[in-house]
Design a protein around this ligand. Structure first.
Ligand SMILES: Nc1ncnc2c1ncn2[C@@H]1O[C@H](COP(=O)(O)OP(=O)(O)O)[C@@H](O)[C@H]1O
Ligand SMILES: [Mg+2]
Length: 343
């Protein structure tokens, strides 16, 4: 049984459809990235998953219990299984850092002594051992989000939902918060769903990617699958653009759709985790006797995998045997066009 099983989920606000017939499953221990542009329905999905929003249609099974069918009373217990991390931290400045983390434990009726012990443990887990006495306003953005994460996992939830958890942070701090979430995922086996409009965050972090577009789920797969399926799909290409190598402007402006005498053939090539470890360019050069230029790209970390995503310049138009070799050995081969030799 999956930890989370969503089927036929729709959510409408009057005539506005925020989510339309969404189905997916999440296994225990997975890190899922949910990506989509503004208004795609990401926050609505997250609110449905923590039962803050009742969907118009569909089922949300969390550990077998359907969140859409529970009574208000049962929901209080079910919500404790889901931790929430927000973009703007939502900490109470009238309370110390330790007291902010203690809040969900107080609400759950824990005894005072056990709360103190648990808060110490959580402060250590998120790297804020000596900060418990401070007020949230004395902390940096990254430290505030560490408090937000400690508070979210205080009740040992089975699912952690993060809505734009790093969007208010600078790139360096974003990395440190993502590293913390990966640590927590590994050490506690905690399942994480992270919602963001930044593909770059998802690429580095997620085992699997869900893409929402105008309320519909248009993709559900690994980063490699996403790159393959993005060919010719402008919605996916737009989302991926920030995180992929792209043609320098000077080359783009000279790009032709027909081969040019003595010109270069520009090809995007994506290699999966296995091929990314082989001397791929040497093999190509030797086998097909071509001069190959690396225009852009290299090897990227995608969740726990490595993918190679690059734009190559071949000295000649691609021959049939070369094309079939590329089709066989790569995840994606896409001819982008042709540029003059003296570009
Ligand atoms: N409570 C609400 N009432 C009416 N419309 C809403 C409500 N919540 C969200 N929407 C609409 O649903 C769509 C999806 O919103 P949202 O889930 O916030 O998207 P995202 O988080 O991807 O930016 C938007 O068009 C938004 O205006
Ligand atoms: Mg949102």
């Amino acid at each position: 049984m999956s930890l989370l099983d969503v089927s036929g989920l729709s959510c409408r606000f009057g005539s506005q459809t925020a989510l339309s017939d969404i189905s997916f499953q999440v296994d225990k221990g997975e890190i899922i990235g949910v990506i989509g542009s503004s208004g795609a329905g990401k926050s609505t999905l997250l609110r449905c998953l923590c039962a803050l929003e009742r969907p118009t249609e569909g089922q949300i099974l969390l550990e077998g219990a359907d969140l859409t069918q529970l009574t208000e009373r049962e929901l209080v217990a079910a919500r404790r299984k889901v931790g929430l991390v927000f973009q703007h931290f939502n900490l109470l400045n009238s309370r110390s850092v330790a007291a902010n983390i203690a809040l969900p434990l107080e609400i759950a009726g824990w005894a005072g002594g056990r709360i103190t012990e648990r808060v110490e443990e959580l402060l250590t887990l998120v790297g804020l051992e000596s900060h418990g006495y401070k007020r949230p306003s004395q902390l940096s953005g990254g430290q505030k989000q560490r408090v937000g994460i400690a508070r979210a996992i205080a009740n040992s939830p089975s699912l952690l939902l993060c809505d734009e958890a790093t969007s208010a942070l600078d790139p360096h701090t974003t990395t440190s918060i993502l590293d913390l979430l990966v640590d927590i995922n590994r050490s506690l086996g905690l399942t994480i769903i992270l919602i963001t409009h930044e593909m770059e965050v998802v690429r580095r972090f997620a085992h699997r990617v869900l893409v929402l577009d105008h309320g519909a789920l248009i993709e559900n797969g690994s980063m490699a699958t996403l790159m393959r399926d993005s060919r010719g799909d402008p919605r996916l290409e737009r989302l991926l653009a920030d995180t992929r190598p792209s043609l320098p402007d000077t080359l783009r402006s000279q790009l032709s759709t027909v081969p040019l005498p003595d010109g270069l053939t520009l090809v995007r090539v994506v290699l999966g985790p296995q091929a990314a470890k082989t001397p791929f360019l040497s093999v190509l050069t030797r086998r097909f006797d071509q001069a190959i230029t690396l225009i852009q790209g290299g090897t990227l970390a995608c969740g726990s995998e490595l993918l190679t995503d690059m734009i190559l310049g071949f000295s000649e138009p691609l021959s049939e045997p070369l094309i079939s070799f590329l089709e066989q050995e790569t995840h994606v081969t896409e001819v982008l066009g042709y540029v003059p030799a003296d570009h």
